[in-house]
Design a protein. Structure first.
Lengths: 202, 189
């Protein structure tokens, strides 16, 4: 009987403890967080395209090209056109060694003296260490977001790439007649329209 | 048998009574089940050589920056903790106001002004500010589990960049290791 009393006591205590164990505390969880930091892609510098000067006769036409190497020539003609001065290729200098950059650009533009407009009918660029001629340039602009060319700047040869840019001016017949020569044609005058490059970091 | 038997019956009745009393007066709380279904992610942020400002993640997952030299390249993720149990009752919610992001070689970044929202995310600054999970800290929100079906608690916050961090190599900062994750504490009322 003494033994059965102990069993009863143990059973009752266990019951009491069992009920007591239902007491609830706070339920805690921890939530991880992350962030990835990268060096920003920097456009360290840019240079506008400069076709220099064209002397023109009363009758003139041609397709005038400025290569990424800064040299000019004609793919059609020229008739009554003579380039002079020192042309300069366009250039975009990018500071980046970690990302893949997607590059697209507008295919056309306009230079104007406020009265006459000359169309930029093709744009080419090349990121080679030695800038090529217009004909040899690797990339032809197809429009923003069109024909993406990617550059992985983490590859040593592609560190801090420089985009050398050329373009083509289509000189409609006698388009320059009346120009005084003292008013430069540019993309910021009149109906001028600059060439836009888009650089997207992947 | 008679005397000791009666004694045993008395003892048994006493403990049965004790158990019943404990059963009646001990608060019995339902189990709380929380599943973290998404971690907090501030996404990828570009740092210029000179930078100073804040990186803010809303409970809607949108990342914005203030100041200069900081640029959020993409949106991030608000953290999501889904409370699946209990199915009824009122839950009191506390949450940590800070966390710490670390990189093995980078500067520690403190996540501050952590805020929460339920089910629908909002822009940073429009959530409910967390106050901490200590006993003295405030319950910032209650969840009516009768009305809500497995509610999602969404977390946002901001990183105040007070000094330059090591660049330009990509660094992924985490709250593991020597970092400090965000805390959520839920108590049944």
């Amino acid at each position: 009987m003494f033994r059965s009393s102990k069993l009863l006591l143990a059973a009752a205590v266990c019951g009491a403890i069992g009920f007591g164990a239902m007491q609830a505390n706070a339920t805690d969880v921890t939530i991880p967080a992350t962030m990835t930091a990268s060096g920003a892609v920097v456009i360290a510098g840019q240079t506008g395209l400069d076709f220099a000067s064209l002397d023109f006769a009363a009758v003139h036409s041609g397709v005038f090209e400025l290569g990424p190497d800064g040299n000019v020539g004609f793919s059609t003609g020229p008739v009554g056109l003579t380039p002079t001065g020192t042309p300069v290729a366009g250039q975009i200098q990018i500071t980046d060694t970690t990302n893949t950059l997607d590059i697209t650009c507008e295919a056309t533009g306009v230079i104007s003296d406020g009265v006459r407009d000359v169309n930029i009918t093709e744009v080419k660029w090349d990121a080679a260490a030695v800038a090529p001629t217009y004909a040899a340039a690797a990339n032809t602009c197809g429009g923003l977001g069109v024909g993406v060319i990617s550059i992985d700047t983490s590859i040593l040869a592609n560190n801090n790439p420089v985009l050398n840019i050329g373009a083509q001016l289509t000189m409609a017949a006698n388009i320059l007649n009346g120009s005084s020569g003292s008013t430069a044609f540019d993309t910021a005058t009149g109906n001028g329209d600059p060439i836009v490059f888009r650089i997207v970091v992947q | 048998m008679k005397k000791s038997g009666l004694k045993n019956i008395a003892v048994l009745l006493f403990f049965v009574w004790t158990s019943v009393v404990l059963a009646v007066f001990t608060p019995v709380h339902a189990q709380v089940v929380i599943n973290t279904t998404a971690n907090m992610d501030f996404g990828r942020v570009d740092f210029a050589a000179a930078h100073n400002g804040r990186i803010q993640l809303g409970t809607d997952g949108n990342v914005q920056t203030t100041g200069f030299g900081l640029s959020a390249r993409n949106n991030g993720n608000a953290a999501v903790a889904q409370v699946t149990l209990p199915n009824s009752g009122i839950l009191e919610v506390k949450c940590g106001a800070t966390g710490v992001l670390v990189d093995p070689v980078g500067t520690d970044l403190t996540i501050s002004n952590i805020e929460i929202a339920v089910n629908t995310g909002v822009a940073f600054g429009s959530g409910i500010p967390c106050d901490g999970v200590l006993p003295a800290d405030s319950v910032v929100m209650t969840l009516d589990m009768d009305a809500l079906n497995d509610p999602n608690v969404l977390f946002g916050g901001e990183i105040v960049v007070v000094g330059p961090i090591t660049l330009p190599s990509d660094k992924t900062y985490v709250t593991s290791g020597t970092g400090s994750p965000i805390q959520l504490s839920i108590v049944v009322q």
